[in-house]
Design a binder for this molecule. Structure first.
Ligand code: MG
Length: 669
């Protein structure tokens, strides 16, 4: 009996899903400008009261209209699909939805789709469900196979989503708050389904899906009216709920610009497009610092932001309004590309500072080739686009970006180069981590001292929150902390930047805590090794620790002489050794560390640290030598302070590294 009841319930829910009706939404005729060229027949049928026939005419218009393009699909007749997209399309037929690379295999959302299903309480998993990332692959599968099952299922899911995810008004701030208590059930769902960033994502991708599916019999005149009313609701929602700032606002602006360009038939289309252009023109001035860095100080979002600004130019080009972007906009995009080219490594990968993930070389090659079309005179872009076959490298090696606080020491541009990238600048916006003074180092084909990365963003699950905290923590970077507490998110100050000569120098200072200032002086000696002097001054008392994130693999150490060295077989090794005025007072510690280059992927490694007690207002000082070298094993290194005590305006130390000559390193500010 029980089995019969559950079978009946299953049948009913399945019917509830399959009969999702497509209604003729007559309000669509109020949303469209029926005087738009090409809509005369629609207008006349509508004014005669025959909305069904008007909808048929409207569909005919959209199936045959010409001259409106998106950069993603220039010719809907020429579509390909890769293996992964085909898999997502096929899985989606059974409601297993590709939502996030970090959660594989994908979850199933039930025969009667449960759009509120949240198997892991990570906000990204719930937000990104509403980006419908499997819809466009379904469209490609439809175009390449001609199989109507993809179009029919897409139309069903599209309508099902509308029915089950009503737009419930919440305050703009509520979209970014993690606390669910104060909201009703539908409002709570709306906070995820209708967050402006997700809304804009759908707004963009539905232009593609529209092109891919419009010729299908499943794309009925009734469906068209549902689609347009829903699309319009999306655009109006963004116009009233722009994100306050950052990359979200830029994404939304670029997508509104697209919405207004792709559907010029809507009465408000022109104002949508203009709002997008206006925000992009305003924000590029604000979010892109004079040196080309993006103000979130995150290489991944820096790249994403280039893409936003760049894609907007392409849409403008394709649809004839490039002149609405001034020359300064073009210059800012170009300077962002140059910034990125400088901070990245010879294998085209990026530092994992802030919330950055690792971008792969083939993606970057595609990006450079794309950018080259817009900036054909830029020889550096040409060099990277052609892997050095054409164009040329910049005429400099070491380069500082003082507005963004990114400093790059290098002795070459090729794979065998030695390159250190330091992050020590402004506080930064949302994605920026409290990691002042940290760095990564590339040497001879490998990134050593890679940043811990970010692993996960946020959510309500305690485990998600804990991992978020771990990866952001100052102590899990290559910098100085007191009692392993996070430093205050306030700007660093550059006291000296000397990018030329045998000894190149960066001196940066950060008011890390109340009563404690961290001064980090980095010497790049003879293009061969680094000497880092860390000094913690002020009244604060506690344990002063400098952390070094060791690479994964064979790393040896000795607390007798306070050193670590690698035993790698690939000619990319280092010896790191730490010194202080009274070695008996310094301790060495090894803890569990992690590195994450992709969302929810992490590799174990060692978080090494050296510490000294700061018992009074006497400053605590460390010298660390990092000697990169081909061969594995330890090296003979010595270093000491040659000045008696800490001084606010001068420093002198002596260093001897391997067979290199003994050096005195000093400065007077
Ligand atoms: Mg980090």
């Amino acid at each position: 009996m029980k089995r019969h009841i559950s079978a009946a319930i299953a049948l009913m829910t399945s019917i509830a899903y399959t009969i999702c009706a497509q209604d003729l939404r007559t309000e669509v005729f109020d949303l469209l400008d029926l005087d738009h060229p090409g809509l005369a027949v629609v207008k006349s049928l509508h004014s005669e009261g025959d909305d069904k026939a008007a909808a048929v005419a409207l569909l005919e218009w959209y199936r045959t209209r010409k001259g409106i393009c998106t950069p993603d699909i220039k010719d809907p007749g020429d579509i390909g699909i890769n293996k992964e997209e085909q898999k997502w399309a096929d899985e989606a037929l059974g409601h297993t939805f590709f939502v996030h690379y970090g959660y594989q295999p994908s979850f199933n959302y039930g025969e009667d789709i449960d759009w509120k299903y949240w198997p892991v309480q990570d906000n990204e998993l719930r937000w990104q469900l509403h980006r419908h990332k499997w819809f466009t692959p379904m469209g490609k599968a439809y175009r390449t196979s001609g199989d109507e099952k993809y179009a029919e299922e897409w139309a069903r899911q599209y309508i099902d989503w509308i029915r089950k995810n009503p737009l419930v008004k919440v305050s703009r701030d509520a979209y970014e708050i993690n606390d669910n208590i104060q909201y009703g059930k539908d409002a709570e769902n709306s906070r995820f389904a209708w967050r402006p960033l997700e809304t804009s994502h759908r707004l963009q991708d539905q232009c593609l899906q529209f092109q891919l599916f419009i010729d299908s019999p499943a794309f009925t005149p009734e469906f068209l009216t549902e689609f347009l009313v829903n699309y319009h609701r999306h655009a109006v929602h963004i116009m009233g709920n722009w994100s306050a700032q950052g990359n979200h606002l830029l994404f939304e602006a670029q997508r509104m610009l697209l919405a207004g360009s792709f559907f010029p038939e809507f009465k408000e289309a022109e104002s949508w497009r203009r709002s997008g252009v206006e925000i992009l023109n305003r924000e590029i001035e604000k979010q892109v610092l004079p040196d080309g860095g993006h103000y979130e100080l995150d290489p991944h979002y820096h790249l994403a932001t280039i893409e936003i600004f760049y894609k907007s130019l392409l849409i403008a080009d394709l649809n004839g309004f490039r002149n609405e972007f001034p020359e300064s906009y073009m210059d800012a995009v170009e300077s962002m590309i140059m910034f990125y080219a400088n901070i990245c490594y010879p294998d085209y990968t990026n530092p994992c500072f802030s919330d950055a993930k690792l971008t792969k070389k083939n993606n970057m090659l595609k990006n450079y080739r794309k950018w080259l079309v817009t900036f054909p005179e830029n020889s550096t872009i040409r060099y990277f686009a052609t892997e050095g076959k054409e164009g040329s490298l910049p005429g400099y090696l070491t380069k500082g970006f003082l507005d963004s606080g990114f400093f790059v020491f290098r002795n070459g541009w090729g794979p065998d180069a030695l390159q250190m990238v330091i992050k020590a600048g402004p506080a930064g916006e949302w994605h920026a981590q409290p990691d002042f003074g940290t760095f990564e180092m590339w040497y001879n084909g490998r990134c050593l001292f890679q940043d811990s990365g970010s692993y996960i963003y946020g959510g309500t699950d305690p485990e998600v929150i804990e991992w978020r905290r771990w990866f952001r923590a100052t102590s899990h970077h290559n910098t100085l902390v007191m009692d392993d507490k996070d430093v205050d998110k306030v700007p660093s100050r550059t006291l000296l930047w000397q990018p030329e000569g045998e000894v190149q120098v960066l001196i940066t200072e950060h008011p890390s805590y109340e009563g404690l200032t961290h001064r980090r002086s980095i010497f790049f000696v003879d293009g061969e090794y680094f000497v880092i002097v860390d000094e913690a001054a002020g009244d604060a008392e506690g344990s002063i620790n400098i952390h070094w994130q060791m690479p994964h693999g064979d790393v040896a150490d000795s607390c007798k002489d306070m050193h670590f060295h690698t035993n790698f077989k690939d000619s990319s090794n280092f010896h790191l050794q730490c010194f202080c005025p009274d070695m008996a007072k310094m301790q060495m510690k090894k803890e569990q560390g992690w590195q994450s280059s992709e969302y929810r992927q992490k590799t174990e490694r060692t978080d090494a640290s050296f510490s000294q007690k700061k018992a009074d207002s006497t400053p605590v000082r460390f010298i660390t030598v990092i000697y990169p070298k081909h061969h594995a094993g330890k090296e003979n290194v010595s270093a000491k302070f040659t000045d008696k005590r800490y001084s606010n305006d001068r420093l002198s130390i002596s260093v001897k590294v391997g067979k290199n000559k003994k050096r005195t390193l000093s400065y007077i500010l």
